[in-house]
Design a protein around this ligand. Sequence first.
Ligand SMILES: Nc1ncnc2c1ncn2[C@@H]1O[C@H](COP(=O)(O)OP(=O)(O)OP(=O)(O)O)[C@@H](O)[C@H]1O
Ligand SMILES: [Mg+2]
Length: 249
Amino acid sequence: MIEIRNLRKWLGGSAVLAGVDLTVREGETAVVIGGSGAGKSVLLKHIVGLLKPDEGEVWVDGERVADLDRQGLARLRGKIGYVFQGSALFDSMTVAENIAMGCIGPDGRPAVGRPAPEEIARCLRIVNLDPSVMHLMPAELSGGMRKRVGIARAVACPRRYLLYDEPTTGLDPMTADVINRLIVDLDDRLGVTSVVVTHDMKTAFAVGDWIALLHEGTIRWSGSAEEMSHAEDPIVRGFLEGRADLLAV
Ligand SMILES: Nc1ncnc2c1ncn2[C@@H]1O[C@H](COP(=O)(O)OP(=O)(O)OP(=O)(O)O)[C@@H](O)[C@H]1O
Ligand SMILES: [Mg+2]
């Protein structure tokens, strides 16, 4: 379970997170939507301890992230697969080497070196890519393939949690749909607890057990996709309808 209580974070002179409360129960897929700059990536970084709260608490798997020492953080990160915004592949490494970077050993170091090709092939098959792409460089991949390799890296080790930062941004609608289905399929197959942050409403509806709207530093609204489609909150409607005039309320 992931529990975020009254999380506050100031960055660049402003309160990016101004008291966020969010609880994601085991096995759920939660979606956090919010505009560009709303603090979605900042929120995810707190879950893995890449950022520390100024106030409030983040609990993962019964542990308060701020209490963890180096080893504790490495152990925590071993349980969490992180699909970074924009895939964040290493351009000078092959697909296989990128995927191998996804496994953090107990010493907190990535398992670089020469991973068994069968292992890499298994990871690629999980995301429906042909194992032959393991020899390619990221520059040789399409946007959708890059996203899949980013996901393959996140699931290279057994995980309890998966965090997805904008998994479909920049993809055409068909490829985005393929990625949405992959997320749902993976969450079912691997039985993980997931948090997806996105401003893509199609992704939110396709993958979320429930959806929360991050707006002006707090969770403005949360509920099921069904509840969201009938919500009267003007900010929620602005998001659903892509209307900036409603967001200005
Ligand atoms: N390390 C940092 N130092 C200063 N400001 C930061 C830092 N990281 C993020 N910010 C600021 O915090 C705000 C939220 O950033 P964040 O990256 O979380 O937005 P986001 O919701 O993920 O946006 P996008 O949808 O564009 O990815 C932005 O105004 C950003 O400039
Ligand atoms: Mg972001």
